[in-house]
Design a protein around this ligand. Structure first.
Ligand SMILES: Nc1ncnc2c1ncn2[C@@H]1O[C@H](COP(=O)(O)OP(=O)(O)O)[C@@H](O)[C@H]1O
Ligand SMILES: [Mg+2]
Length: 234
């Protein structure tokens, strides 16, 4: 793992920020689900690109690792447009591609982060046809092995409308979080997505609405209240 880190989301994670508080709330809601111990692998998807899947997966992973002290693994399974390695200042290789194609031992390619309880499995080398490695039984076996080491496995994926990979992944995970970018994703597209996910609707844990303050009335905005719950120095 090189030292050439230019950006690392961990440095931007402020536990006192309103965003961090929202992520604790989200995690709390996930823990409050029926049998949360059976929801250890959770994939994060959306209808389209740029709805905030990668950012939300990353913040949720940091929150779990820091706030709950749970040994957490974040996997970049968006093999078409992987971004997790960049968000954490890591190299893209080696990762999922090497594990599923070359049989690399997953323990040898997992990367550590500045957070003791957070590890990352990056996408790995560029593939011309990522769908070829989306193989249900192999992924199932991999996730079972990872559950041995991690209490929570968060999986960032491709969007479901243009690509079929996430629907195949859905068969292998315990739960799915759907990210919807408020004020931008057309209603018809969301309907199409919920239709696609309905095949296993018992796995859908909920919807995370991103970008709310830009589409809701002012009284939903933290700044309207004139404080953000951060402790003052005095
Ligand atoms: N709530 C938000 N506020 C500001 N920028 C955001 C927010 N959510 C996402 N972004 C930015 O939008 C872009 C797309 O987000 P990303 O997480 O990469 O989406 P996806 O993984 O769904 O394609 C990124 O540049 C990200 O930093
Ligand atoms: Mg992404």
């Amino acid at each position: 793992m090189g030292k050439e880190k230019y950006l690392n989301l961990v440095d931007y994670y402020d536990v006192e920020s309103p965003e961090a508080s929202e992520f604790r709330r989200l995690l709390h809601n996930l823990n409050g689900l029926k049998s949360p111990q059976n929801k250890r692998s959770i994939m994060i998807t959306s209808s389209m690109v740029s709805e905030g899947k990668s950012l939300i997966s990353s913040f949720l992973a940091m929150t779990a690792a820091r706030h709950k002290g749970r040994k957490t693994l974040l996997i970049d399974f968006d093999l078409r447009r992987p971004t997790i390695h960049r968000l954490f200042g890591l190299s893209r290789e080696k990762g999922i591609a090497e594990v599923l194609l070359d049989g690399a031992a997953v323990r040898t390619v997992v990367k550590q982060t500045a957070l003791e309880k957070l590890d990352i499995l990056t996408a790995g080398r560029h593939l011309e046809n990522p769908s070829d490695i989306i193989n249900g039984p192999a992924i199932h076996k991999l996730l079972e092995e990872l559950k041995f080491y991690y209490e929570l496995i968060l999986i960032d994926t491709s969007p479901v409308v243009p690509v079929s990979d996430p629907l195949i992944l859905m068969d292998e995970v315990d739960g799915v979080l759907l990210v919807v970018k408020a004020g931008s994703t057309p209603r018809g597209v969301i309907t199409r997505t919920t239709g696609l996910l309905a095949r296993q609707k018992e796995k859908v844990l909920g919807v995370v609405v991103n970008n709310l303050t830009h589409s809701l009335p002012y009284y939903y905005d933290y700044s309207y209240y004139g404080y953000n719950y951060s402790p003052t120095k005095e």
